[in-house]
Ligand binder design. Structure first.
Ligand SMILES: [Zn+2]
Length: 105
């Protein structure tokens, strides 16, 4: 088995990884591993690069995002803060006019 680097990814390596991925139409992790090694970065397995990349992407998606936060706490009908608001837009007439809304019981 080949010896594989266990060191942390550096910012330079992350940037090179994204650059290599951006140039590929089809992501092949083993090819990315080879390309990174050719640029002078430590030899890693395709799988370890894949895991690293997916972890990075997940972390960036979970980063608190102000726009997303506001979206979740506002009423979808009137745009007011949902907590404790009496909705002006969500009336019986509005609910029955919308075919996609589930029936209320
Ligand atoms: Zn509302």
């Amino acid at each position: 088995m080949t010896r594989v680097a266990q060191s942390r990814f550096t910012g330079d390596e992350d940037r090179a990884l994204l650059e290599i991925m951006g140039a590929m139409t089809l992501v092949r992790w083993e090819a990315i591993a080879k390309a990174l090694h050719e640029r002078g970065f430590p030899l890693r397995t395709g799988k370890s690069i894949r895991n690293h990349h997916l972890r990075q992407r997940k972390a960036s998606l979970e980063t608190p995002n102000l726009a997303g936060h506001i979206g979740k706490n506002r009423c979808r009908k009137c745009g007011m803060w949902r907590k404790g608001h009496v909705c002006a837009a969500s009336t019986v007439a509005a609910a029955s006019a919308s075919p996609s809304s589930p029936p209320e019981t």
